[in-house]
Structure formats: structure tokens, C-alpha cells
Design a protein around this ligand. Sequence first.
Ligand code: SF4
Length: 89
Amino acid sequence: MKPNTTTAMQNLIDEVRSTMPFGASEAQLCADSCQGCSMKLLEFLETELEDWEQKLQDGIQPSFGDVHKMGKTCKKIYMVLKKNGLVED
Ligand code: SF4
């Protein structure tokens, strides 16, 4: 049976939406110790998530590569946000 990459992508999106500080204010994001622009990264990630949410809604099935790439992107951004003290472990 074909593994369901649609479910995997949806789970990833749900996890990212509940983990990343999308609702954070500019004051919170632009903290004293800013290494890498958290604001731009979150904007970029939001666009990526919306893009895939739309595709999933349209019934487009992501490839393994798509899920993997998205996972890597999220992880990279997560690490920067962690350095900036915006996410917990
Ligand atoms: S680099 Fe980005 S997150 Fe950092 S202070 Fe400037 S706008 Fe804010």
C-alpha cells in the first residue's frame, strides 16, 4: 500500500502551526538578541504552509520529497527561532 504523504504533510502543518509563534508581536520577535530575522522567517514559513494547505485542499498529493523538504525547512527555521528565544524545546 502506498504510504499517505497527504496525511504526513497535514500532520506536519498542524504541528508547525501549533509550535511556531505565528501570533507573536513585532516587539516579541524583534528582541535584543536577534540572530537571523525571525519575522522574515515566520512570514516565509506562513507562505509555505498556506501554499501546501491550498494544494492539499485541491487534492494534490505531495511527494516524499515535498514532505521531507518541508520538514527540513521547518526544522531550520525552528532552530533560528530557538536561538532567538522564541520557542521552547
Ligand atoms: S532582523 Fe528581523 S526580527 Fe530581528 S530586529 Fe530586525 S526585523 Fe526584527
